[in-house]
Design a protein around this ligand. Sequence first.
Ligand SMILES: [Zn+2]
Length: 302
Amino acid sequence: MTGFQRRTIGGPGAPTLTVHEVGDADLPLVVVLGGVHGDEPEGMLVARSLVARPPTLRGVRLRVVTVANPSAYDAGTRVSAIDQANLARSFPGDGRGSWTERLAHLLTTEVLAGADVLIDVHSAGLHFAMPLLAGALSTGPLGARALDVGRALGLPFLWHHPEIAPGRTLSAAETLGVAPIYIEMPGGPTADMEIVGRVRRGLDAYLGGSSAPAGLTREVEGSGDLDQEVLRSHADGLFLPGVRAGDLVGAGTSIGQILDPLEPSAAPVDVTAPVSGHIMMLRRTARVPLGTALASFGVPAA
Ligand SMILES: [Zn+2]
């Protein structure tokens, strides 16, 4: 097999992206995206490793964008530095819209269109923690294919989503008939190369058609829409979690407390789980203004 071919898409006067491709043009196309969020180094490192050390491919070809939002990467931020927009809420985009909408349009039309599988690689970032997981559409024929890919990766959690919220890479993929999968890594200030390596081994197994690494232990279900289906702080202060990402908690049990340092005599406010399930996202940064997202939950899949 020859190595990756590199090309630039987009521009001039518009967003540009570097795309890396390898494999026989007749074969089903798998797209791997890193860097949709510019402050999530782990996904960019996974994508980079695929190009730097090409995997063995069996029955598929591969298209990799290592940095899907170069403006956000330059600034080291979640959103585009140019217009402060979240690329992951801008799909399918608009070729005549804002910079980020044009970037989403470029990715939709030039990277996702014609693909068979999308694997969008993220991590929980600075403010949150997540267990190592794959998430996938779980309904319809596209969902069945997406869950198969998710299982083939062999990551500890597989999160089933009956539907995909709009604006995402995954929603654009679903509309195009591309099986939509994403990966989330635990996050934090320093990229965890052991986790990056584990995701790489999962991708190698899937792309190479070998059996999944033993690692998938829990399949859970939920919307996965962290804008909506999330437990928010009902007090202003400092959040002290009493659980870890991935833990199984019962409905009504405490997952932490919020303490107000401005009112030392006020009692700590208990934060309780609204449902029984696994903690799929947990606030890492202590300062939580009222309404801050604290946690989200995945219930065991039927
Ligand atoms: Zn992300």
